[in-house]
Design a protein around this ligand. Structure first.
Ligand code: BG6
Ligand code: MG
Length: 214
């Protein structure tokens, strides 16, 4: 029997590259407030909720924002981000990712999304994967953001698969920690590789096929 029955994918930075839009939207607002913001700080936002991302950005802010101002700031970032998402299309899903997902399904694995993003349905729709995954667990059904394991445990529960038989795919340190805390193996890709704590490190998405076996 295969060790894994299901694969749970992070979305931003794994299935598609919305991470660049998150960066640009936060950067535009940070510039306006005169807050230092760069790729290094941006890496800390991977996998982290919108509200918590804002708190990380405000570490470099000298002024004070009320709760209402913070909520407005986060809403404005989201409006900007969603406007950028309108430019995404099926061409933002690479052939490698699409083919790998199809092969995993053919091999019989259940496939789910485990993302902190409340924009998950829109993004999947834009890239032509609306309705593709067996289950979706995202920012709309969780109360605690990664590195808490809630989003992945919910995905496993929705799939009806025990955590020990799920493999998570992540590009974020917070996501690697979340998967491990949930008792799941995790394959790191992109910037999560250098974190060094994942069960497997992938050079490219299609390497997943070697990791899961038949
Ligand atoms: C995660 C991203 O997938 O979603 C984070 O890696 C982002 O950078 C988080 O902050 C929340 O996204 P959204 O779309 O709900 O603002
Ligand atoms: Mg990610």
């Amino acid at each position: 029997m295969n060790k894994y029955a299901a694969v749970i994918f992070d979305l931003d930075g794994v299935i598609c590259h919305t991470d660049k839009y998150h960066y640009l939207a936060w950067k535009a607002l940070a510039d306006r407030l005169g807050i230092e913001f760069n790729e290094t700080i941006n890496d800390r936002l991977r996998g982290v909720s919108r509200a918590e991302s804002l708190e990380i950005i405000l570490e470099k802010y000298d002024g004070f924002l009320t709760a209402e101002e913070k909520a407005n700031f986060a809403a404005e970032k989201n409006d900007l981000y969603r406007a950028m998402l309108q430019n995404m299309s099926t061409s933002d899903l690479s052939a490698e990712v699409r083919q790998t997902l199809e092969l995993l399904r053919q091999k019989g694995f259940l496939l789910a999304i485990g993302s902190s993003s409340k924009n998950t349905p829109l993004i999947l729709q834009q890239i032509g994967l609306g309705g593709f995954f067996d289950k979706i667990s995202d920012g709309n059904n969780i109360t605690r953001s990664k590195p808490d394991p809630e989003v992945f445990l919910k995905a496993a529960e929705y799939l009806g698969v025990e955590p020990g038989r799920c493999l998570v795919v992540e590009d974020a340190a917070a996501g690697v920690d979340a998967a491990l805390a949930g008792g799941m193996d995790v394959a790191a890709i992109g910037s999560a590789v250098e974190y060094g704590k994942a069960t497997y490190n992938l050079d490219q998405f299609a390497d997943l096929l070697k990791v899961v076996g038949d």
